[in-house]
Design a protein around this ligand. Structure first.
Ligand code: ZN
Length: 158
């Protein structure tokens, strides 16, 4: 069966930096509902369209096709006194971006009385290499299509 709109794709993936340094490897297979439901990157959907189980490929994606370019306005330094207790370097907290919408910031470092935050996705600004292997394709159920995501094994449970 070929990957097309409203099919459920099961795949394994590895993400590395352009240099080849491994960033993440799927331990469990990932499933997603194919067809523009924003469940995975559009470039990945494009590469997999019309393919079948067993297909594998390596995609070299520029930052704008992966997790976006960095937005330096999301880099913040706040006084430690404004900082919720218990949050550590490597943690996250919810703040607001310049236009007032809630946004998750990562705690990058604590330097004396200053806390350095970065609201960019950790992979923003990076060119990435995705190695993808399709391990299964099936028709989505009507309910999955209505919800815009996959149910069952490796999908949503509710
Ligand atoms: Zn659902």
């Amino acid at each position: 069966m070929k990957i097309a709109k409203d099919t459920v794709v099961t795949l394994k993936y590895k993400v590395s930096e352009a240099s080849g340094k491994l960033i993440e490897e799927s331990k469990e297979p990932m499933v997603y509902l194919h067809g523009g439901y924003n469940n995975t990157l559009p470039k990945i959907e494009e590469a997999l369209e019309g393919k079948e189980a067993g297909f594998d490929c390596t995609l070299d994606l520029q930052p704008e096709d992966a997790f976006g370019v960095r937005d330096e306005s999301l880099v913040r330094v706040i006084p430690k006194s404004e900082f919720p207790p218990g949050v550590k370097v490597g943690g996250q907290l919810e703040g607001r971006s310049d236009d007032g919408t809630p946004h998750v910031f990562h705690v990058m470092k604590i330097k004396g009385p200053e806390v350095h935050l970065d609201g960019n996705h950790p992979l923003a600004g990076k060119a990435l290499k995705f190695h993808i292997k399709v391990t299964g394709v099936r028709m989505a159920s009507g309910e999955e299509i209505a919800h815009g995501h996959v149910h069952g094994e490796h999908g949503h449970h509710h």
